[in-house]
Ligand binder design. Sequence first.
Ligand SMILES: Cc1cc2nc3c(=O)[nH]c(=O)nc-3n(C[C@H](O)[C@H](O)[C@H](O)COP(=O)(O)OP(=O)(O)OC[C@H]3O[C@@H](n4cnc5c(N)ncnc54)[C@H](O)[C@@H]3O)c2cc1C
Length: 287
Amino acid sequence: MYPAKFDYVAPSSLDEALRLLSESGGEAKLIAGGHSLLPMMKLRLAQPATLIDIRKIPGLNEIRVDAGGLTIGALVTQAQIASSPEVARALPMLSEAAEKVGDLQVRNKGTIGGSLAHSDPAGDLPAVFLAADGEVIARGASGERTIRATDFFVDILTTALEENEILTQIRFPALAPRTGTAYAKFDHPASHYALTGVAAAVTVGDGGSIHQARVAVTGVGVKAYRAEGVEQALTGRGGDALQAAAERAADGVDCNDDIHASAEYRAHLARVFTRRALATALERAQA
Ligand SMILES: Cc1cc2nc3c(=O)[nH]c(=O)nc-3n(C[C@H](O)[C@H](O)[C@H](O)COP(=O)(O)OP(=O)(O)OC[C@H]3O[C@@H](n4cnc5c(N)ncnc54)[C@H](O)[C@@H]3O)c2cc1C
């Protein structure tokens, strides 16, 4: 199917993009890599009157690591993340998730900003963003604000971003010493979207027990979520607690049930891949 007719503009500054966005009265949409928006437009699930292409805006395409952590511009592509040695060192689960997104063509176009702003229930990067306890910087007409990962994903395809805001940066805090991270995914064989994807960050304490665990699951519910039951079951425990803790990966979640997988199967996958992600993260924390 062809998309409905639309106008196209490509502003060269953030201020210009924000002006165009607020003048559109809600009828415009930002486009970055276009690999989520264009399929929706072709299916006529989205019919924006104007596309505001943000790819010419300077300053949104950098990866930076400092003592505070990792900062990634909204326009950095999944391929850039997957191939960045800085990202691999600072946050291995982000490299692993980015390299598992779709295929090379998708990764060459898809951006981290678009991946988070779209809040696809089967997207990979939302799970990593949650498990890393990251935050985004959003720019609107009245200035900048920070939104924490735990407040960001609201519902299916819905985030805490306002209609007239542009996501400019994603920040991931530096990992505490003796922290291991991992991303484990069971993907759809055709699209490679996550039927289940689990991001885990595990910090071990001096005695070798788990001091803190953050676990986030995608592909299972309407949006990516933190598996708090799993996290609680691991705190203060050793590696022998992984199996029982992972059993809680889909607790309280209304699991998606569609032609790709039943709700019951998704819950099962969530438990299995939570155990695998945790086992790898713990091993790395102990190395
Ligand atoms: C065949 C195929 C397979 C795929 N497989 C996977 C997969 O395995 N895993 C996965 O995670 N994803 C997958 N995707 C989705 C892909 O990763 C998308 O590129 C990504 O989800 C969206 O990024 P984008 O830059 O393309 O965003 P776009 O499509 O340009 O935009 C998506 C949405 O985000 C908004 N947006 C974009 N940038 C910003 C910004 N800076 N600030 C505010 N709003 C913004 C847009 O207005 C739009 O509503 C697949 C896509 C295809 C076509």
